[in-house]
Design a protein around this ligand. Structure first.
Ligand SMILES: NC(=O)c1ccc[n+]([C@@H]2O[C@H](COP(=O)([O-])OP(=O)(O)OC[C@H]3O[C@@H](n4cnc5c(N)ncnc54)[C@H](O)[C@@H]3O)[C@@H](O)[C@H]2O)c1
Ligand SMILES: O=C(O)C[C@H](O)C(=O)O
Ligand SMILES: [Mg+2]
Length: 625
């Protein structure tokens, strides 16, 4: 409680410093009176100055006292500090929640008080988001480390699971299979003239929680919150999109409260025709918008990526964002062993999970090895799925997994065979890295973690990257307890650092694509990239990898603290801009043309990116009919 209060106070001081230097430009508003109070984009609540109240027809619609932004911020931060950590207040919100949507919440959170508290915190933030976006994003930016776990992973998973019960008002756009033929006109229903960043899901693989259908909309919302907080994308220019093509989740289909289409998922050409139509509609209205595909099941993740990546400015976060973050961590783990980066080519890496994320990681790791050791390099990657080690003998092997399937010669060398168990692989291979993207909680059990003690690495790396928390392959505590103090550890969802009991701390890294996707989107946007290429993604990953100092690496720190995510994102964004310029793919943006971008130094590019990041301050509102 004390630590949180102190960090909230220090954020507030920093925030005040920024508040005093910012000179906001005016903002045109086409409405007056109560309509403004009900619009979270423009609403300042009690913060409207008296002159503005007169100009906008607000006099008499608010209590007379004007409360400054700083005071509003204080009041809200206090509410959250108390709301999050004081037992009685938590209990109060628990009761409120029970009353408001008793049945569904009780059913879904039975015996899990942590979840109830997490949802209560999410509700408090969400209410502010509904009411006053400027204050919401300021609170988020200044307290990102505390609140990311609430608006993003892991709580966002819980929010998706409970979506029907939590639903109060829509956010973003919903396109469904029933809208076929209508999307080109529907897209004009979105009230904002300009959209820069879209996150799109079909809800088919939400974190490690499976097919959640329309309820998956929480993921694009959470990702776009990170875009605003980390990348400074203007919240008036973001658009979360749910493409509801049905669900194969029988429980949801049978649920009377389910808010999505009650039909099984479209498949094959029918499915692709719907996605094509949506992409055309988006492109027709906002040709420069970046589209991030998120949490699509593997077959559609790969297919849509290949289908659109040369036609639209888009990327798949689970395949490409995850790959870059994992690669940055893997390079860090080579440094942690005191070895040169080129030794990455010799690392034995076991990847558990042959889905969109696991295969994305291996593909990018293979590219890195080829760059370091030449195109004929023979990397030591071992890929397992639910049926064990994948070899060339596997029947019905997924084409995307084929390049990583082991040949008979390779398996023989290690005494392995098709379908060898994870334990067998670890014991015989003695890998430098064990990386999980399986979506299965606890698969790195005690035996497996103990076996990692025999790793050939002086600093074995354990990456339990699956989300949310309960789906992590192991907890941080289990990893340090069973695999030893010598490991470097990273997880997709946040865990606290581990007290090793001897005055030492086991550092927990969060290997989550949040370190890259905001910068990939921001950089692509600010240079007017036509498409997003592998070189741009590689530049992003390398930038993240180089952010960490040798001193930090020695302490087991592979990724920066989330507190510095805005700074990291600016650097990553600049790296993406420079890579796009180098490839001749940057058309420029606004008054900044391709030539301007080309002649910017690295520092100038970072400055350009930083200057174009939105920051929440109350702008004077000017009414125009
Ligand atoms: N940390 C991050 O930034 C990040 C990014 C993307 C995905 N993820 C997480 O990774 C997980 C997987 O995502 P995905 O898109 O690849 O899913 P997916 O469904 O495409 O793939 C899952 C893979 O895991 C395998 N698997 C299932 N049970 C297994 C078992 N017991 N042992 C070994 N393998 C098993 C499956 O066969 C499949 O190959 C999810 O939990 C997701 O939240 C994390
Ligand atoms: O959403 C996250 O936290 C990471 C990733 O995109 C995932 O699907 O798990
Ligand atoms: Mg995802």
């Amino acid at each position: 409680m004390w630590r949180v209060a102190r960090s909230a106070a220090s954020s507030l001081r920093q925030s005040r410093r920024r508040m005093s230097t910012a000179i906001p430009g005016p903002c045109i508003v086409h409405k007056r009176g109560a309509d403004i109070l009900h619009d979270p984009w423009f609403n300042k609540d009690t913060g409207f100055p008296l002159t503005e109240r007169d100009r906008l027809g607000l006099r008499g619609l608010l209590p007379p006292r004007v409360i400054s932004f700083e005071q509003q911020y204080d009041r809200f931060s206090l509410l959250l500090v108390i709301g999050g950590f004081d037992f009685l207040t938590s209990l109060f919100f628990f009761l409120v929640l029970l009353v408001e949507s008793y049945r569904s919440l009780e059913k879904n959170t039975q015996g899990q008080p942590d979840n109830v508290v997490s949802l209560a915190k999410w509700r408090i933030l969400n209410r502010l988001h509904d009411r006053n976006e400027t204050l919401y994003y300021r609170v988020l930016i200044d307290n990102i480390k505390n609140f990311a776990p609430t608006i993003y992973t892991p709580t966002v998973g819980l929010v998706c699971q409970n979506y029907s019960g939590l639903f109060r008002r829509p956010r973003g756009m919903y396109f469904s299979a029933k809208d076929k033929g209508e999307m080109m006109s529907m897209i004009y229903n979105w009230p904002a003239q300009q959209v820069d960043m879209i996150v799109l899901t079909d809800g088919s693989r939400i974190l490690g929680l499976g097919d959640l259908g329309v309820q998956g909309i929480g993921i694009p919302i959470g990702k776009l919150d990170m875009y605003v907080a980390a990348a400074g994308i203007n919240p008036q220019r973001i658009l979360p999109v749910m493409l509801d093509v049905g669900t194969n989740n029988e429980k949801l289909l049978a649920d009377k409260l389910y808010l999505g289409l009650r039909q099984h998922r479209l498949e094959g050409d029918e499915y692709l025709a719907i996605v094509d139509e949506l992409m055309e509609a988006v492109h027709a209205r906002w040709p420069k918008a970046i589209v991030q595909f998120e949490d699509f099941q593997m077959k559609w993740a790969f297919e849509t990526l290949e289908r659109y990546r040369k036609r639209f400015c888009m990327f798949n976060d689970d395949v490409q964002g995850t790959a870059g973050v994992a690669l940055a961590g893997l390079l860090g783990s080579v440094r942690a062993q005191g070895r040169p980066l080129t030794d990455f080519a010799d690392q034995k890496i076991v990847v558990v999970g042959a889905g969109s994320a696991g295969l994305g990681v291996l593909k990018m790791a293979l590219q890195a090895v080829s760059r370091m050791a030449g195109p004929h390099a023979d990397p030591h990657f071992f890929l397992l799925d639910k049926d064990g080690l994948i070899t060339k003998e596997r029947k019905c092997i997924d084409p995307a997994a084929t390049p990583f399937a082991k040949s008979q010669g390779e398996t023989k060398e290690f005494g392995l065979c098709e379908g060898s168990s994870l334990l067998d692989v670890i014991k015989k291979v003695k890998p430098h890295v064990l990386l999980g993207l399986s979506g299965v909680g606890g698969v790195f059990n005690e035996e497996i973690l103990r076996a990692m003690k025999e790793s050939d690495s002086t600093k074995p790396a354990i990456f339990a990257m699956s989300n949310p928390t309960a789906n992590a392959e192991c907890t941080a505590e289990e990893a340090f307890k069973h695999a030893g103090e010598n490991i470097v550890f990273a997880s997709g969802s946040p865990f606290d650092d581990v007290d090793l009991g001897n005055g030492k701390t086991g550092h927990v890294n969060q290997a989550n694509n949040m370190y890259l996707f905001p910068g990939i989107g921001l950089g692509s946007l600010l240079c007017g990239a036509r498409i997003i290429t592998d070189d741009m993604l590689q530049a992003a990953a390398e930038c993240l990898a180089s952010y960490i100092t040798d001193g930090e690496i020695q302490m087991g720190i592979l990724y920066p603290s989330i507190d510095s995510i805005r700074d990291i994102t600016a650097e990553v964004g600049a790296a993406v801009v420079r890579a796009a310029v180098a490839e001749g793919l940057a058309d420029g943006r606004g008054e900044v043309g391709p030539k301007d971008l080309k002649y910017m130094s690295k520092e100038q590019t970072i400055k350009y990116v930083k200057e174009n990041m939105w920051f929440p301050v109350y702008s004077p509102l000017v009414h125009e009919k």
